[in-house]
Design a protein around this ligand. Structure first.
Ligand SMILES: Nc1ncnc2c1ncn2[C@@H]1O[C@H](COP(=O)(O)OP(=O)(O)OP(=O)(O)O)[C@@H](O)[C@H]1O
Length: 133
């Protein structure tokens, strides 16, 4: 869409709070429709609880925060890509649609593996201390 048409589009506006509300609406929709996002959010709640119980350091909080944000952001982008692909191809089977969806899922997988490594690196020493010392 060129700049002139973009300005003319009736849903286009430039108020920060309206854009903010749209972003919140997007999060609400993703929460309602995406089982994986709800699963990752539940994991996030568990990680935060464990971090509070073990009183992790500020640096460890930052690593956990980075991992959590990375997974949730990848999950949201994956969801957006899935929706755009479905918008374009509908229910038709399509090689490029499959490629796009699988690559987007790959991003979520990498973020999740990174988070797992961060979580184990931080929590294993605390668990070791609790059970073996
Ligand atoms: N239009 C399509 N054409 C060909 N293959 C598709 C198409 N849509 C989906 N697929 C394949 O089916 C898999 C499952 O698709 P789906 O849209 O259910 O996403 P998903 O990976 O299960 O993610 P989520 O659980 O977040 O919805 C995709 O990873 C892709 O390999």
């Amino acid at each position: 869409m060129d700049l002139k048409n973009k300005r003319a589009a009736k849903w286009k506006h430039h108020h920060f709070w309206v854009s903010f509300c749209h972003a919140c609406q997007g999060l609400k929709t993703a929460w309602k429709e995406e089982r994986n996002l709800r699963f990752h959010s539940a994991m996030t709640a568990l990680v935060i609880l464990a971090a509070l119980i073990f009183k992790v350091t500020v640096i460890e909080w930052l690593w956990l925060g980075l991992s959590i944000a990375l997974v949730l952001v990848c999950e949201l982008i994956n969801t957006a890509i899935e929706n755009v692909v479905d918008l374009v191809v509908g229910t038709q089977s399509n090689k490029l649609a499959k490629k796009a969806k699988d690559i987007a899922s790959g991003a979520v997988l990498i973020a999740s593996l990174f988070s797992l490594v961060v979580g184990l690196t931080i929590f294993l020493p605390y668990l070791w201390h609790v059970f073996f010392s």
